[in-house]
Design a protein around this ligand. Structure first.
Ligand SMILES: C[S@@+](CC[C@H](N)C(=O)[O-])C[C@H]1O[C@@H](n2cnc3c(N)ncnc32)[C@H](O)[C@@H]1O
Length: 209
């Protein structure tokens, strides 16, 4: 299924992950999203007409650039958080090269410290792609930062059923705990899209429960 989709879309104008990584000097970084996830992020931004976006987990900025290219067309902005200074410096270079630096607010620091400083109910969309052990601890804050009707996306949420490399398996209980918290939340409706390593899509309900 995946190779059919990848093949079908290979010539569509989107940001090639392979090219993005090749053109990035720093080669030692945590993996970035797959191309189909990047395409889905771009589509959801267009469908929702989101303007204010928050990304938690920048790495070298592949997903940031994929989203910022759309936000540029709809007068939007993206705030992205990364605590590794070396990786954040590389992301900044990539933002400049991609011509999107003007609309990116790169915050360097621990998401656990930065999120409480952000204004509540101010984001149209939040993309959670940070250390998986933080997903559940950050969920409540993410929901409070979203506007009503805003969208929460979380990457890697099918880890519990994937054939993961040994080195990632310790993360399964954290993702399982996040998935359980998501389905129990009265504040959001959600499902998991089986793309990439699983992409949760949730919407903050228009009315408080
Ligand atoms: C999976 S990568 C992000 C990939 C990126 N979204 C993409 O697809 O291009 C996760 C990033 O989160 C960063 N990170 C992990 N824990 C963090 C924390 N507590 N605060 C801020 N950043 C963190 C890591 O250094 C890593 O670069």
């Amino acid at each position: 299924m995946q190779s059919y989709i990848d093949n079908l879309y290979k010539d569509r104008p989107s940001i090639s992950k392979a090219k993005y990584i090749t053109e990035t000097k720093l080669q030692d970084f945590i993996p970035v999203v797959d191309e189909d996830v990047a395409r889905t992020l771009a589509l959801i931004l267009q469908i929702s007409k989101a303007k204010q976006v928050l990304e938690i987990g920048t790495s070298i900025g592949y997903s940031t650039v994929s989203m910022a290219k759309i936000l540029q067309q709809q007068n939007g902005r993206i705030t992205t958080i990364e605590y590794d200074e070396v990786v954040a410096d590389q992301a900044k270079c990539n933002f400049i090269n991609a011509g999107i630096n003007e609309i990116v607010d790169l915050k360097i620091g621990d998401a656990r410290d930065i999120l409480p400083t952000l204004e509540s109910e101010s984001y149209d969309l939040i993309f959670l792609d940070v250390d998986k052990t933080l997903y559940k601890p950050l969920l409540k804050t993410c929901i409070s930062l979203l506007k009503r009707g805003g969208i929460l996306l979380a990457e890697d949420t099918l880890f519990p059923i994937l054939n993961l490399e040994e080195k990632w398996r310790y993360l399964i209980p954290s993702i399982e705990a996040f998935n359980q918290a998501i389905i129990k939340s009265d504040e959001i409706d959600s499902t998991i899209l089986p793309i990439g390593d699983g992409l949760t899509i949730a919407v903050k309900k228009l009315k408080a429960h």
